[in-house]
Design a protein around this ligand. Sequence first.
Ligand SMILES: C[S@@+](CC[C@H](N)C(=O)[O-])C[C@H]1O[C@@H](n2cnc3c(N)ncnc32)[C@H](O)[C@@H]1O
Length: 439
Amino acid sequence: MSQGQRLAVLLERVSGIVFPEREIPRLTMLGEERARINGFADLTSYVQALYRDSESAEWRELLSLVTVKESSLFRGARQFEVLVQNIIPKLLARGRRTIRIWSAGCARGEEPATLAVVLSECDKLRPGGWEVLGTDVDESALDVARRAIFSKRSVRKVPQPLLDRYFVPSGEQFELAQGLRANIRYRFLNLVSTPYVDLEPGPLFDVIFLRNVLIYFREKSQVRVLAEMAQMLAPDGALFVGPSESLWQISPQFLTEDHHGCFVHRVRMPSIPQPSGIPSAEFATPHPSGLSRREAVGTQAIGQDIELDVFKRSPRDLALQAVKRADFDGAAEILALDSGGEEDPIIYALKGVLAERDGRHEDALRAFRAASYLDSRLFQVRFMMASCLEGSGWVKRAQAEYRAIFSLLKSGLESELPSAELLALPTRLEVEEYCRQTL
Ligand SMILES: C[S@@+](CC[C@H](N)C(=O)[O-])C[C@H]1O[C@@H](n2cnc3c(N)ncnc32)[C@H](O)[C@@H]1O
């Protein structure tokens, strides 16, 4: 193996970036030049020094020289449209006050600056109701990003009215307005150094932009990075990758949504309710009594005295009635056979509680996710979901959830699950105390 090839192997190990064979002559020349600048006798001793000290200042220089930072503001503009028109309104409707976005592999700040502009233009967001974190492995690029000054070429795709509104011209360059810069932070992060323990604690990200970075990695690194991204993204959040990148067959953690050719990736774990109106086979099978199975089970569960009610009452009421009589099996059966109520968070919450009682933790987690997706104020549901997540090893997500529950309780906007006492659910005080101690 030549020293150039050795350098390529080392660089891939540290940064994840793959250097194909055709790049080796360029890398060899670069290594020789760096060896000379740093006073090494030859490329061999330079490469050896890099091997010995992965924290050296030379690494910073070298990574800056080998990473591709091709970018511009409003690159892939359609993704920003989908973000503002589709993703953000849904997050706000679910009670978000501040939208947290992570630009991973942010180069010299072009993507964070674009996000700052489009988020400032989004009239659904309260002023300053957003924050952007930009990270990169190239410290020099981050220094440039912090200055927020862009060349004429970088801003060429920015619509003129936005350029006039949010940038201060200075000669041939354009400086992002101070007010926008205040909501952007930059940090060093090497994406292949998983897990991301150094990334600041805080709520999970609502949106992650990981564009035009994975293309430089081998599949093994892509898989690792995406698994970590799934941990960092809120359950109802969205991941954008570059137009030439696909998660097809490399990331079981994500589902892909097609917004007229613009792909948005969602964490697969949450069980988003099925579209309504699809009768289940069981529900359609007539019961010997002539009642449908749901009605028949409901009748058995609630007794003869209110048999006529069965046609008027929702499965949710029937299940709650059963819970009140401590007939948990009956309640579970009503809910298991119910094919309606897909939009009812209480149904999912009950399903979750009953599944948890039976030790069906995965079913419980799925149901709690759906319930809290439909009503994020149900603090007991979110608390049980966090416990399930913790039990399944999703520690970061669980912690983020405990943090979110704590804020929810502080805001006073929480709501209690009906029959919480009968279901032996934790009280508001207990949940608050637990979160306080855990965080
Ligand atoms: C082509 S730029 C993409 C910039 C921007 N995301 C876009 O799409 O316009 C790729 C960026 O990924 C960064 N990068 C490469 N390897 C990385 C790693 N292991 N960790 C973090 N960033 C990395 C590079 O430094 C560079 O800034």
